[in-house]
Design a protein around this ligand. Structure first.
Ligand code: PLP
Length: 409
């Protein structure tokens, strides 16, 4: 049996252990819910504090503050973010929310033709993605019942890449919106394989990277997909409702935004106050209104923590933590009927482990009362997320031990 001291030994050999000290860990809590909301870090808090000080001291003058102007703050944070996701500087912008960015991308790039009217998603897609896609079909007077196609899941938890390929090749598909990591099960989709298949089929492809960014290395330059969008409040730790992000491949950066607004203007022309829209050269053109500065500050602070590590090391620690969870679950929970629905292969899983159990909701509540925070997702999934930046093997051990006790009651 795996013991507490085994977990503690793994923690003492962890080369990233120093990062944990940068986070505000809720007192008396084992927090394994970083794929829902990541924790506040000291650099994020300091960056928000610096912005509040600037607001206090300079008020509106801060927009053009030569020391740290708010006017192009987004572009400066986005340049750092672009490097983090392996994109060119002008291909990434931190703006909007995940869903509003998807709306912008659909408004810009979804151009149905009689031969190709359909949009492809998957049957496990996050509801907001499905809502956004359906609304754009309706804006084009197309019925979602007919023109929204869904790749079915055979097991209710994962999506077969071969099934995605088959649906990409079927006639009539114009665009596909797919998750890099499936939010329920934590399955990591083979992004290069599906990106190649979409290209061959002539389908424009956008990835929802909300559950991937910060957990799985992303390299859009190599991947060469059409676009991607994501949130920053999970593994990026930029806070609740944080400003989101999007990537648009440079080959599409001539497109006029479907939803235009003055912060999408060429910066040197924005204050001419003209009615003619002259878009910024890069993905900055997809901004609509004034930036969410306080959450951009949090993102800037959070990104600085990724400079103190690297995504490859974070990914190896994340895989070690989730592997440890698999072993613990097999040993202690399988006998109570708890079933792991996350793919076991490292290249097929993201940052969280999901277990299915008929009493998942009650179990989550019972362990929460003991200070173990995980996440329940309907119909019967417990998601356990050890975030590589701050979670420990001991916390994984304690969580599984608590579930074991709850299941014995
Ligand atoms: C995979 C995925 N896509 C989209 C969303 C919607 O994000 P937002 O509320 O930031 O628009 C979420 C939210 O958790 C998500 O997990």
């Amino acid at each position: 049996m795996i013991s507490l001291s085994d977990a503690q030994n793994l923690d003492s050999g962890d080369p990233l252990a120093h990062l944990r000290g940068a986070f505000c860990l809720p007192a008396g809590v084992v927090y394994l819910n970083g794929n829902s909301l990541g924790l506040l870090s000291a650099p994020a808090e300091a960056a928000i504090g610096a912005m509040i000080d600037q607001w206090k001291a300079k008020a509106g003058g801060a927009w053009m503050d030569p020391a740290d102007a708010w006017f192009d703050y987004t572009e400066r944070v986005s340049a750092r973010l672009a490097a983090f996701v392996g994109a060119e500087r002008g291909e990434v912008i931190a703006t909007g929310s995940t869903t509003s960015n998807l709306h912008q991308l659909l408004a810009t790039f979804y151009q149905p033709t009689p031969a190709r009217p359909a949009i492809l998603i998957d049957s496990l897609a996050f509801p907001s993605d499905a809502h956004a896609v359906q609304s754009h079909l309706r804006l084009h007077r197309l019925e979602p019942e007919t023109h929204l196609r869904k790749v079915a899941s055979r097991d209710g938890a994962t999506i077969d890449e071969a099934a995605i390929e088959a649906m990409l090749q079927a006639p009539g598909v114009s665009m596909a919106i797919l998750p890099a990591v499936v939010y329920g099960s934590g399955q990591l989709i083979d992004m290069p394989r599906i990106t190649r298949a979409a290209k061959q089929a002539g389908v424009m492809l956008g990835w929802d990277c909300s559950h991937a960014i910060g957990a799985v290395p992303l390299n859009f330059g190599k991947l060469d997909c059409d676009f991607a969008f994501w949130c920053h409040y999970k593994y990026m730790n930029a806070g609740p409702g944080a400003v989101a992000g999007m990537y648009v491949n440079q080959r599409h950066l001539t497109a006029n935004p479907g939803l235009a607004g003055w912060f999408g203007m060429d910066k040197s022309r924005q204050f001419l106050m003209q009615h003619t829209f002259e878009p910024a050269a890069g993905a900055g053109r997809f901004q609509v209104g004034s930036p969410h500065l306080l959450s951009l500050a949090a993102l800037r602070g959070s990104l600085s923590l990724f400079d103190r590590s690297d995504i490859a090391s974070l990914r190896s620690k994340s895989l070690a933590l989730t592997e440890f969870l698999f072993r613990l679950i097999d040993e202690r929970l399988a006998k109570h009927g708890a079933q792991i629905v996350t793919p076991r292969e490292p290249h097929r899983r993201g940052g969280h482990v999901s277990i299915a159990h008929e009493n998942a909701e009650q179990i989550c509540k019972a362990i929460a009362a003991e200070g173990i925070v995980t996440d329940f997702r309907r119909p019967g999934i417990i998601r356990i997320t050890p975030a590589a930046m701050y979670s420990t093997f001991e916390e994984c051990f304690r969580a599984v031990e608590a579930i074991d006790v709850a299941l014995q009651k």
